[in-house]
Design a protein around this ligand. Structure first.
Ligand code: ATP
Ligand code: MG
Length: 419
């Protein structure tokens, strides 16, 4: 038997309902905040990701699904969506009439990580990006939007962590300070951090190794190095979140795994999912559009880990799962064409009517109806068929009513809808 690839999984009915609920809430909330949907391909040129995410990041060094296609192009299954949305913004010249765009996209991402709970090789993200607004109020606004979405979904177990990563004018001096500390402790760093200290010293801050954490225990914090502009920006983000009642913690170690972030960075964490504690992450990336040969427009965005958000919600409640409104029972010795047309007509009117066309006995069909959770059964047994009537029975109350074949659909709808 051929099975799905390791780290790739099916989302089955019974679980998918929660995914659908989250997705439809996200669409409603995002559109209320002025966002429009964009769909971008899952396959892009490799250079798009290596240039935007950064050569010395875990994603680009170790996690991408990259292959040469038959024409010799190097292609990559997208590990994240921001790079593709930025590419699309540039390619379609979206800044031409108005540089401001608020875009969201929902779909699968691919990273070759070690599969475990909350960590898959194909996983899903809900992304939102804003282009063309440099104001710190938009940073706060998208965090308010995220927090509002989570409120609507009944999620209370997440905490917001924020930091400022500075900008190209203030970050280098901080980077140097970290590099100096790292250089002094030389051999004691983990192997990853030995490489990081030259290429990407900030990443040492979020290294999981206890040795590296010990070395950086008394390191200075990035927010002490911010230039005036970055500091004012961060202050407004914080006070705006407070004014909207969005709680946060300042996390000096939060640096995010991608190179392109500037100023505001944030993450939503939970302690419900073990080691996979990050449910959403985002931040400002003012230099990215320009660095991919686009116009110099500021931008900010975030990604929600869809799989992990589902797990957080599923731990506290079940999704609403739809069951048939009515199960139609007609034993085998009577014509089934009438049942067929009732089912089609009822479905067109928004009523899920079902049958199994099995021609089995009424008793076994009743069992089926019960198992499927049908709210009503419509019984058209032999004697009813002769009289051209059927019996509609409410499974919960046992109440029943005889309905005539002529006008049956209209009558059934009236009873089911309680009109
Ligand atoms: P982590 O630290 O858990 O690896 P990350 O920093 O790599 O997360 P991002 O690139 O910021 O993650 O992606 C945003 C969100 O996507 C994460 O907060 C997480 O919820 C989700 N995510 C990332 N990688 C995976 C994965 N392999 N499987 C499931 N969800 C993931
Ligand atoms: Mg990761």
């Amino acid at each position: 038997m051929i099975q799905a690839i390791k780290g790739f999984r099916d989302v089955l009915p019974g679980d998918i309902e929660l995914w659908q609920e989250i997705e439809s809430e996200a669409v409603k909330v995002f559109e209320n905040f002025g966002f429009k949907e964009i769909r971008v391909p899952v396959l892009e040129k490799t250079a798009l990701f290596s240039r935007s995410i950064g050569e010395n990041t875990d994603i680009v060094e170790k996690e991408m699904y990259t292959f040469e296609d038959r024409g010799g192009d190097m292609l990559t299954m997208r590990p994240e969506a921001t790079a593709s949305v930025v590419r699309s913004y540039i390619q379609h010249n979206m800044q031409a009439d108005n540089p401001i765009r608020k875009l969201y996209t929902i779909g699968p991402m691919f990273r070759r990580e070690r599969p475990q709970k909350g960590r898959y090789r194909q996983f899903y993200q809900i992304n939102a990006e804003v282009f063309g607004i440099a104001s710190p109020y938009i940073d706060a606004q998208i965090m308010v939007m995220l927090s509002h979405l989570l409120d609507r979904l009944g999620v209370t177990e997440l905490s917001a962590h924020i930091n400022s990563l500075g900008c190209p004018c203030c970050r280098p001096s901080f980077q140097n300070a970290i590099k100096e500390i790292a250089e002094k402790s030389g051999e004691n760093l983990c192997d990853d951090c030995k490489r990081r200290k030259d290429k990407n010293p900030l990443r040492i801050l979020d290294c999981k190794s206890v040795h590296c954490q010990e070395i950086l225990k008394d390191a200075p914090v990035l927010t002490d190095f911010l230039c005036d502009e970055c500091r004012d920006h961060f202050d407004i983000v914080k006070s705006s979140l407070e004014s909207q009642g969005v709680k946060y913690t300042i996390d000096h170690k939060l640096v995010r795994g991608l190179d392109y972030y500037t100023k505001t960075a944030f993450e939503l964490k939970t302690n419900m999912l073990g080691a996979q504690n990050s449910v959403a992450g985002g931040g400002r990336y003012d230099g990215l559009v320009k660095s991919l040969d686009g116009p110099d427009v500021p931008a900010i965005g975030f990604a929600i880990g869809f799989d992990r958000l589902v797990d957080v919600i599923a731990a506290s409640r079940k999704p609403y799962i739809r069951t048939p409104e009515v199960f139609i029972m007609a034993p085998g010795n009577i014509p089934v064409s009438a049942v067929f047309s009732w089912i089609c007509d009822l479905a067109r009117d928004g009523i899920w009517a079902d049958t199994d066309y099995s021609g089995k006995s009424l008793k076994s069909m009743m069992k089926r109806a019960d198992k499927d959770g049908a709210k009503y059964v419509l019984i058209a047994g032999e004697s009813e068929f002769e009289k051209e009537t059927a019996i509609l029975k409410n499974m919960a109350t046992g109440e029943q009513e005889e309905v005539s074949f002529s006008g049956l659909v209209t009558r059934v709808i009236k009873i089911i809808r309680n009109l």
